[in-house]
Design a protein around this ligand. Sequence first.
Ligand code: ARG
Length: 465
Amino acid sequence: MAEKAWAGVFSEATDRRVEKFTESISFDRRLYAHDVRGSIAHAQMLAKVGLITPEECQQIVQTLEDIRQEIEHDRFPFDISLEDVHMHIERALIDRLGDVGRKLHTARSRNDQVSTDLRMWCRDSIDQLDRRLADLQRAFVDRAQSDRDVIMPGYTHLRRAQPVLAAHYWLAYCEKFQRDRERLADCRRRVNVLPLGTAALAGTSLPIDRELVREALGFDDCMANSLDASSDRDFVVEFTFAMTQIALHLSGWAEEWILWSTTEFGFLQLPQAFCTGSSIMPQKINPDVLELIRGKTARVVGDLQTLLVLLKGLPLAYNRDLQEDKPPVFDAFDTVDASLELAAPLVAGAQLDRQAIAARLDRGHLDATALMEHLIRRGMPQRTAHGVVGRLVAEALQRNVSLADLTLDEMRAIEPTLDESVYDVLGPEKAIAALTSHASSAPQEVDRQIRRWQARLNQPVAAPA
Ligand code: ARG
């Protein structure tokens, strides 16, 4: 059992059960590369300000690099008696360098260290999710281009409402994932502020230079209040919320595609490589990936909830409770990252069943609103036109036909002012062609939006402000 770095004041050894209860190495070892990077920047700063010599710094940096390599290649021993990733790396350094290794933790506490490591990890994770979201958006935009001529029923209340272009659906998801990217970029600005150099809670009497460390680690700013620096986990909550919102968007999309790929809807065929079968019913091709994307959203929501409750009512500054921030944020990231990794090829690989969609497009009187607007254009008050079209739909329902199948005489029996021009807006193609407003499913508007997205996504992702 390794001797504790903090053993000085203690006269009793730590109970083994306490070691098991308090350890975090089982989950925070994934911060090792960030911890090494932070320590190297810290050591170089200590050398610049004269708290260690350049030779000592050189040894520390070289040994930290060795340790990183060993962890990376699974050649590094972990032991819960050393608590966490910070202690493991520091102990290995001391084992190899003796007193030189004992100097690394000068003007530093694990409190500012762990927050620095986690911020660097969040930063990398945000960048990774941003790339994944851009891939998914590209898959949707490519579909929008290739499905551009497909008209589908648009739904409200999951009832057929108005015709829309399939491309309009795909671009709707691009918008949602764009907001997710913006949320991540915004969150990244608050992640990217450096706590290191605030020490345990009050700062230090040693002549450190935080600006050097900030620069070396690529942070935008230094945290301004030492009490705030080590206690702040707002950034973890924000990041996890941003991931929760991504998961919610993915879950809604997954639900929609599960429905659309049923025999009952028959709109969509999922790529078989992204489906699984049944152990007893030989005919089944199940949408398990989509179901799990939907299902795993529950975990992410739970992770956010865990963090919110964790942080409720903590006094300043660092409290050990904060160690519990890592499992939920890691889990949320792993879950959302894996879901996004599968979502993009699923979007690219699915096939719209154009014939099945077209064959049933005249059901549900999708052109009723277009007809109402036709009457409004001819001077009828909206409420009156709504009533007239309602009666025309009732007549069509009675005869079991579409609105376009009603004869002019049958229509005139309900609304005498109607003439042949009514047929200019009836049928889903004409109803959609009649649309003109900004952001609508009008073909020319959707084309404009496709071009806008293509231009936007072909550009490199803009660095956050
Ligand atoms: N493993 C700890 C954490 O994740 C590191 C900080 C421990 N600080 C302390 N004073 N015990 O929060």
